[in-house]
Ligand binder design. Structure first.
Ligand code: 8X3
Length: 246
């Protein structure tokens, strides 16, 4: 099952995993987009209208699914968003709460809902979509980056809890990635969103899907804890020094 599957990474991951032979539950808020995906991908894809911040609906999983879709082996926690690039003292509190609700609470509730079945079957894999923003701070990332740092640490804490079980957990942490609604959602302006990728060759959702596919395809004794991916045109460029206060 993958969340946020109606666009961007989630849609590319759904395509890739169906091509890999998985039956995929594609979950997202926008059912009509999922139905279009189902038309493309056929019976291997089950479209599920789901808002990961609707904790009642999430907690009803997997029993609320049709019986032959209930034994979920793989959860791809992809649903997430960034809102705004304002400095912390100017940022919108509602934006912060929305990011926390989706990127943290939605992700942990999805995990809590599907993990018991994986543990009972002693078989499963939870893949998180983290971010380089959870590893390297930058101005304006404040709460977004911190939600992704939570994702990374939650992944490693799950690994601790799951030691001795055949259930794997991985954090896939991409950097600059185009081809999705990420920057449009964040900046709420098409021109500003386009400018993020100006004169770059960013990652594409298919690159992320390739990483998820590879992680899942590793032999059962291998757990990939973390994959960090940046486009060649991006690097961590060191710490900033202010020279106006000296
Ligand atoms: C997306 C990467 O650099 O826009 O999580 O924060 S970045």
């Amino acid at each position: 099952m993958g969340t946020g599957a109606s666009a961007g990474f989630g849609q590319a991951i759904a395509h890739r995993l169906v091509a890999d032979g998985y039956r995929v539950i594609a979950a997202a808020r926008r059912l009509s987009r999922l139905e279009t995906l189902a038309q493309e991908l056929g019976d291997a894809l089950y479209p599920l209208e789901l808002d990961v911040t609707d904790f009642k609906a999430v907690r009803a999983l997997p029993q609320s699914l049709p019986e032959d879709w209930q034994a979920v082996d793989v959860l791809v926690n992809n649903a997430g968003l960034a809102l705004g690039l304002d400095r912390a003292w100017q940022a919108d509190g509602d934006d912060w709460e929305t990011m926390i609700a989706t990127n943290i609470s939605g992700l942990v509730e999805m995990t809590r809902a599907l993990l018991p079945g994986m543990v009972a079957r002693n078989h499963g894999h939870v893949v998180m979509l983290g971010s380089t923003a959870g590893r390297y701070p930058y101005p304006g990332a404040n709460v977004y980056g911190s939600t992704k740092a939570f994702v990374e640490h939650f992944t490693q804490n799950l690994r601790s809890d799951l030691l001795g079980k055949a259930v794997r957990v991985t954090n896939v942490a991409p950097g600059l990635c185009g081809g999705s609604e990420f920057s449009l959602v964040r900046l709420r302006d098409a021109a500003l969103a386009d400018a993020v990728y100006d004169s770059t060759q960013p990652l594409q959702p298919e690159d992320i899907a390739e990483a998820v596919s590879w992680v899942l395809a590793q032999p059962p004794h291998v757990n990939v804890n973390l994959i960090e991916i940046m486009p060649l045109c991006q690097a961590s460029a060191g710490l900033a020094v202010d020279r106006t206060m000296g």
